[in-house]
Design a protein around this ligand. Structure first.
Ligand SMILES: [Zn+2]
Length: 72
């Protein structure tokens, strides 16, 4: 997962898939994507970009509250 926190201001713009915007492929310029859990892949040239908000959808989002992993 990308960490765009504090370093983002220091390193400038990074190519990533942003779900709230129209995204154009840096490889071919088209905008048809296959969205996964961590990356988005261009449907035409297979260029993969990391998701800007990866991990916020899918079955990994569902967690039980108040359950400890393993009792010591
Ligand atoms: Zn492409």
């Amino acid at each position: 997962m990308y960490d765009f926190g504090i370093r983002h201001a220091l390193t400038g713009y990074r190519v990533a898939y942003r779900p709230e915007q129209e995204n154009y492929c840096p490889g071919c310029g088209r905008s048809h994507w296959v969205i996964g859990r961590l990356t988005a892949e261009c449907a035409f040239c297979a260029t993969a970009l990391p998701l800007m908000v990866g991990g916020s959808t899918g079955s990994g989002l569902i967690r039980q509250r108040g359950v400890t992993a393993l009792a010591a």
